[in-house]
Design a protein around this ligand. Structure first.
Ligand code: COA
Length: 528
């Protein structure tokens, strides 16, 4: 073995440790509310949330789970996932967004992060025009978390807003009431296009029996107030009465089969082909040390069909690779970092994004960037102008856009590579991915310099040891913040995925995007 092989082997070993960590985190999300709660749930004749999803999906359908680690560590006793499972899979031959409460986690109630997860799933569905199937089994708002649930956009009310607007655009909304469904939560199924409810198990009311008694003095049982038979025969709130979970899911599959036809694909596909270079070698090319860059060309060649990357302007602005490729036959325009962004790389990106918009090619951003170049030469060369062009092109582009943070993604570089604020159709992070305003060392040094100036003003100095004691907690905090799982927990990304899961995830999303209508792009003003 030579030094290069040694280095690659060390990279791979480091990545295997990251993957083991990812697997452990996913296992705790899969456990839901734990064995006791699951046994109680089953004892009520119900399927667990994951059994429901399995029964709903076509046999053998992939399921791209989204935000499975959302909420991790945010609330005592709440496992990763925020009491809800969301993801994309095929039902009756058609890709759908599945949104399902996990009643074993705090009665399936909604924390702020649960609302955010539900709204994000609807947003992804909206962008991909996916029918939405919501499996309702929830106590509604987790009342102590009111500030994060009730008053603002992006919270519970946005679930209703999105449902109504999507329904108006002909994006089907199907709800299946399989358990509790109270107060504000009752509007989730009530606003659906079609509603299935399970006899003796699904209850839907604006106020449950206790609340009704407190409010009106009326003593009424749950079945009379909001039971499945009452809603099917008397109130007319429900459209389909099911005998149990399995029956409800079978009805739901039938409802999906009867939706209007899935539109034809807007792109012509080439025959799908795996990368020619072994995909698993990706781990060998991802640097194990944040201070050393990864070999992103080698990484990219192991992600695309046939390892064929038709590079645009390869000799110009070479800190950003731009070019055309295919993912399982679907066309993509790739932008992948190979160092700091300079004016020439930003201009190349602008030109390339324009090409992709004109040709209706989806964009794939592979982000691993410390930011835009700073310093006198860069400023005098107009980097602010060039960077603004890049951001204008990226933000205006009306083609589907996907972002994967493969390494460190910092500052305005994070934003320009289609960061969260620019509404990518989906955004993932690899387990070693990091993102922050700047790196830990730069943040600690910047704040130490500011502190030093303040001390100097009052004629004080500090020792090296004092400076170090000031800097270390800043470094630690920046490390914690930048971590992929912090991003996943706060739902700043749609998930942390193994690099080898990237092609499958993108394939499913591109398949959905291919059925959406083409949109023209109108760019904002390009500062010349
Ligand atoms: N807010 C906060 N916590 C709630 C809650 C709510 N709306 N609903 C349930 N919980 C909590 C319970 O306190 C319990 O917490 P614990 O695990 O720390 O003891 C946990 O969720 C499970 O509740 P439990 O009642 O034991 O579960 P269940 O499966 O028997 O019943 C419900 C689930 C949802 C039917 C029942 O809890 C209920 O009716 N909740 C109130 C619903 C409501 O009125 N919501 C209005 C919100 S707008």
């Amino acid at each position: 073995m030579n030094a290069v092989d040694d280095d690659a082997a060390l990279n791979e070993a480091a990545y295997q440790a990251l993957l083991a960590d990812l697997a452990a985190r996913r296992a705790s999300a899969r456990a839901g509310g734990g064995d006791k709660a699951q046994a109680l749930h089953r004892g009520r004749g119900k399927l667990t949330v994951r059994e429901r999803i399995d029964a709903l999906l076509d046999p053998g359908s992939p399921f791209l789970e989204l935000a499975d680690l959302a909420g991790a560590g945010l609330h005592e006793g709440v496992p990763p996932g925020a009491g809800m499972v969301t993801g994309i899979g095929a039902v009756s031959g058609r890709l759908c967004m599945l949104i399902a409460n996990d009643a074993t986690v705090k009665g399936g109630t909604y924390f702020g992060i649960t609302c955010k997860k539900h709204v994000r799933a609807l947003t992804i569905a909206w962008m991909h025009r996916l029918p939405c199937i919501t499996l309702v089994d929830s106590g509604g708002a987790f009342l102590p978390d009111q500030a994060a649930i009730f008053p603002d956009e992006g919270q519970f009310g946005s679930i209703f807003h999105h449902q109504v607007r999507m329904s108006a655009e002909g994006i089907a909304q199907i709800a299946v009431v399989m358990g509790a469904c109270t107060a504000g939560g009752a509007y989730i199924p009530a606003l659906a296009d079609e509603l299935v409810i399970v006899r003796g198990q699904g209850y839907l009311y604006l106020g449950g029996p206790q609340l009704t008694q407190a409010a009106t003095g009326e003593d009424v049982d749950a079945e009379t107030l909001g039971g499945a038979l009452m809603h099917s025969a008397t109130s007319g709130v429900a459209d389909h009465l099911a005998e149990d979970d399995a029956h409800a899911l079978a009805i739901t599959r039938r409802l999906v089969a009867r939706l209007a036809d899935w539109p034809a694909r807007r792109w012509q596909l080439t025959p799908p082909a795996p990368p020619r270079l072994p995909e698993a070698e990706i781990y060998r090319h991802i640097s194990r040390d944040a201070r050393h860059p990864s070999d992103n060309r080698e990484v990219l060649l192991r992600l695309v069909d046939g390892s064929e990357f038709d590079e645009f302007k390869p000799l110009y602005g070479d800190t950003l690779m731009c070019g055309f490729a295919r993912i399982n036959g679907f066309p993509v325009g790739v932008l992948a970092n190979r160092g700091v962004l300079f004016s020439d790389s930003a201009l190349k990106a602008t030109h390339f994004i324009d090409l992709c918009c004109k040709r209706d090619v989806p964009l794939l951003f592979l982000a691993d960037v410390t930011g835009f170049m700073v310093g006198r030469e860069a400023e005098q060369g107009g980097i602010a102008k060039a960077g603004a062009k890049f951001i204008t092109a990226m933000a205006s582009a009306n083609v589907p856009r996907y972002t994967v943070i493969t390494g460190g993604s910092y500052g305005a570089g994070y934003l320009a590579m289609c960061g969260r604020a620019f509404r990518p159709h989906a955004m993932f992070m690899w387990p070693g991915g990091r993102a922050a305003i700047m790196g830990p060392e730069q943040a600690a040094t910047t704040l130490a310099l500011v502190r030093e100036q303040i001390l100097q003003r009052s004629g004080q100095t500090w020792t090296d040891a004092e400076r170090e004691a000031f800097k270390q907690p800043i470094r630690d905090e920046y490390e914690r913040f930048a971590n992929a799982y912090n991003f996943a927990s706060n739902l700043w990304v749609d998930g942390v995925i193994d690099p080898l899961e990237t092609r499958a995830a993108l394939t499913l999303l591109l398949e959905a995007a291919s059925r959406t209508p083409r949109e023209e792009t109108r760019f904002g003003v390009f500062r010349m």
